[in-house]
Design a protein around this ligand. Structure first.
Ligand code: PEP
Ligand code: MN
Length: 339
C-alpha cells in the first residue's frame, strides 16, 4: 500500500501516521517530494491488517493499494494455466484441446433434448448444455422443467457420452443439481450471489461462472475467489456479454475479457456468444473471433427448431447451422494453437 499524506501537515501528524502504520505491522518507507510526502508500506496485505482505514485520517489524502484484491484466482497464485477436468470422461477445459459446449437454452422435452444432444455430439461438441432451472426475467415465462429436465440431461449423457453443464439457480438445489450435472453453471443474474457460489463450490463439481449483467472484471474475479476459497479449484469464467447503451445487440460481448482473464487469472475462460449477441446471425462470427483470441471453450445454444424454442429462440443456432459452424471453426482453432 502507498499512503499519500496531505500537503503541509505537521511533523507531529506525520509521526502519528507512521506510528499507526508500524502498529498495523507494516514497515514504512518515506519518500519526500516537493509538495507532498508519500509513504510506501511494506508488508503482506494478506496477513496484515488492512491499511485502508488510514484513508479516513485527516492527515491522509489517499491510500493506494498495490496488491490485487483477488488472490487465489490470480496468476500470482498459480503460474501455469489451470485445467478443469469435466465428468468421468475427464474432458479437459483449459488444456491444448479446444472445447465446445453446445445444446438448447432450455430442456423442453426428451425428444428435443435427445435430438439436439446426438446432433451436437456428431458435429464435434464435447460437452452438452441445457437449462433445467431457468432464470427468466418475467415470472410468466417458462421457468424450466426442474428435476424432470435434469433426468433428461442425465439420459442424454448416458446416450451420447457427453458430460453435462446446467444452471444452478438456488442454494436449495445445489446437491440435487450436482447429482446430475458435471459442471454447475452460475448465471449472469446470480454472479454475485455469494451464498450460491459457496454452495456450488462445496459440491466439489466444476463451476462455470458467468459474468454478471453489469459486472466489472475485478468484481467477477472476486466472485470467482468465492469458489476457490471454498476449496474448489475447478473454476471457469464465462463472458456472456454485458449491458451497455447499445440496443442493436441483446448484450455487448466483451471479447477483451479473453486476454484480460488470461493475464490476471490462471482459470480457463469460456465465451458464450449466444447470450452475448442475442442474435443467431452474429453467433458464427463471434465464435470465430473468440476462438482466434485464445478462449478455452465456447458455450453455444443449439435448438432443432429455434423459431419454436421456449426460451431464447432468436439466438439459438439450428442443428445444421451448428454443424456448419464446427467445420468453419477448424482453421481458427488451429490458428490459436489448439486442437
Ligand atoms: C443461459 O445460459 O441460458 C443463460 C440464462 O445465461 P445467462 O445467465 O448468461 O443469461
Ligand atoms: Mn439462454
Amino acid at each position: 500500500m502507498i499512503v499519500v499524506l496531505k500537503p503541509d501537515i505537521s511533523k507531529k501528524d506525520e509521526t502519528a501516521v507512521l506510528k499507526e502504520i508500524k502498529k498495523l505491522g507494516y514497515v514504512p518507507h518515506i519518500m519526500r517530494g516537493v509538495e507532498r510526502t508519500v509513504i510506501g508500506c511494506i508488508g503482506d496485505e494478506r496477513t496484515h491488517q488492512n491499511l485502508e482505514t488510514l484513508g479516513s485520517w485527516s492527515q491522509v489524502e489517499k491510500v493506494v493499494p498495490i496488491q490485487k484484491r483477488f488472490k487465489l484466482v490470480s496468476r500470482e497464485a498459480h503460474k501455469g494455466n489451470s485445467t478443469v477436468k469435466v465428468g468421468p470422461e475427464k474432458v479437459l477445459v483449459g488444456g491444448k484441446k479446444f472445447q465446445v459446449m453446445a445444446g438448447p437454452c432450455s430442456v423442453e422435452s426428451e425428444m428435443q433434448l435427445m435430438k439436439t444432444a446426438h446432433a451436437v455430439a456428431k458435429a464435434g461438441a464435447t460437452i452438452l448444455r441445457g437449462g433445467a432451472f431457468k432464470p427468466r426475467t418475467s415470472p410468466y415465462e417458462f421457468q424450466g422443467l426442474g428435476e424432470k429436465g435434469l433426468k433428461m440431461l442425465a439420459k442424454a449423457r448416458r446416450e451420447t457420452g457427453l458430460p453435462v453443464i446446467t444452471e444452478l439457480l438456488s442454494e436449495a438445489h445445489a446437491e440435487m443439481v450436482a447429482e446430475y450435472a458435471d459442471i454447475l453453471q452460475i448465471g449472469a443474474r446470480n454472479a454475485q450471489n455469494f451464498q450460491l457460489l459457496i454452495a456450488a463450490a462445496k459440491t466439489g463439481k466444476p463451476v462455470l461462472l458467468k459474468r454478471g449483467l453489469s459486472m466489472k472484471i475485478e468484481e467477477w474475479l472476486l466472485a470467482g475467489e468465492y469458489v476457490l476459497s471454498n476449496n474448489n479449484p475447478n473454476l471457469m469464467f464465462c463472458e456472456r456479454g454485458i449491458r451497455t447503451f447499445e440496443t442493436y445487440t441483446r448484450n455487448t460481448l466483451d471479447l477483451s475479457t479473453i486476454p484480460i482473464i488470461k493475464k490476471e487469472s490462471h482459470c480457463p475462460i469460456v465465451i458464450d456468444p449466444s447470450q452475448g449477441a442475442g442474435r443467431s446471425d452474429l453467433v458464427v462470427a463471434m465464435c470465430k473471433g473468440a476462438t482466434a483470441m485464445g478462449a478455452d471453450a465456447l458455450l453455444i445454444e443449439v435448438h432443432p427448431n429455434p423459431a419454436e424454442a421456449w426460451s431464447d429462440g432468436a439466438q439459438q443456432l439450428t442443428i445444421e447451422g451448428f454443424a456448419k459452424l464446427m467445420e468453419e471453426l477448424k482453421p481458427f482453432i488451429a490458428a490459436a494453437g489448439r486442437e
